[in-house]
Design a binder for this molecule. Sequence first.
Ligand SMILES: Cc1cc2nc3c(=O)[nH]c(=O)nc-3n(C[C@H](O)[C@H](O)[C@H](O)COP(=O)(O)OP(=O)(O)OC[C@H]3O[C@@H](n4cnc5c(N)ncnc54)[C@H](O)[C@@H]3O)c2cc1C
Length: 400
Amino acid sequence: MNDTSERVLIVGAGPVGLVAAACLAENDIPVTLIERSDDLPKDLRASTFHPPTLDMLDRFGISEKLIARGLVCPNWQFRDRSEGVIADFDLGMLEGETNHPYRLQCEQWKLSEHLREHLDTLDCVQIIYDATGESVVQDENGVRLTIKRSDGSTETLSGRYLIAADGAHSNIRRSLDIEFEGLTIPEIFLSMSTAFRFDEAIPDLAPIAYLTDPSEWAVLLRTPSLWRVLLPTDPSMSEAEIKAPEMMEKRLQKLCPKDGPYEVAHATAYRVHQRVAKKYVMGRVFLAGDAAHLNNPLGGMGMNGGIHDAVNLTEGLVAVWNGAPLETLGRYERQRRKVAIDTVQEQSLRNRKIMAENDPAARSAYHDELRAIVADPARHKDYLMRTSMLQSLKDLEAIA
Ligand SMILES: Cc1cc2nc3c(=O)[nH]c(=O)nc-3n(C[C@H](O)[C@H](O)[C@H](O)COP(=O)(O)OP(=O)(O)OC[C@H]3O[C@@H](n4cnc5c(N)ncnc54)[C@H](O)[C@@H]3O)c2cc1C
């Protein structure tokens, strides 16, 4: 192999690939990032940063920049669509556990933008755009990645290791035939963004609110510029029917009646999967982020969990690069796969269950439980430790 093989290849310049690149570059490890698009994607996806993620991003000076462009949210709620507030969680209780005892609402693309600015200043990082990672092969010395350009031409890149951060439909995961076990949630999720100030219309509304309802749960999320509404939708409807302006208007008016029509700035309808890859590590190739796990967005754990993967994986990879045995990275798989299954899948499915429960007795039991948790300071803090993903990072230490 030539000199260019002395590097780590990262497929996918989403938040996970970019964070992984920054962590490796911090340790002077040469990195080549391969991105399918001709620029960083700017679509509206994740908007919630949990406290430990902000702690991790402090090291590149990026949390500060995100906070300046985001919305600091000291509390979040479970509400009922007809009864109002059920439980108001005070993230201030996490003081002393994190440098950021709040959730930050800030669009995911702003993180990507700041990470790229940072990486562009570093000589050891190269980003190749308009290059789709197609497949990877490996031997005991390194990996070879085939990339394809939009003009149809192909090329092979060599590296010592490869991180697959190429998202939900990961070509790399497929090329290694790694099973992506799990399920697809029956309903379609409709996300609508509007400039309407729900906080001025709904009494005591926190900037992040999960609304339970026996027939139609909802999420209300404030971002720096807009409010986002997430609603479950009948999967037998076509995307055109779901996003028809009159249909969206009817649903928004039902959620929060107001004079005059809603102006919907963006709408996305998407299928949601709950899946975890059977293997995160295959020889010299490592899966991270959405390539490794998918979950519903109730709780805002997808991007956050992916960033935690990137930090954990690169810590191990730096040690391996500097001489530790490759087997060291088995711990990455054991730790992060467990978090994906026991924390992210468990919590996001439970949130959906609480919000969608339609049996009156079970509904009222969930509500009573949430009220009891908030009323008891120890349980309140414990709940916040888990939902903010701080606990999952503490628990990892016990996994050899
Ligand atoms: C509507 C919506 C709302 C969400 N809200 C939240 C939230 O509030 N909180 C949260 O934590 N998560 C949320 N998520 C999930 C979150 O967006 C993802 O978990 C996160 O983007 C994962 O980051 P990633 O870097 O692993 O993958 P991606 O962001 O998907 O990035 C993958 C990158 O790889 C590129 N790529 C793909 N295939 C290839 C290839 N073969 N070769 C080269 N490049 C490739 C893509 O262009 C992209 O740039 C939401 C998702 C959606 C869809």
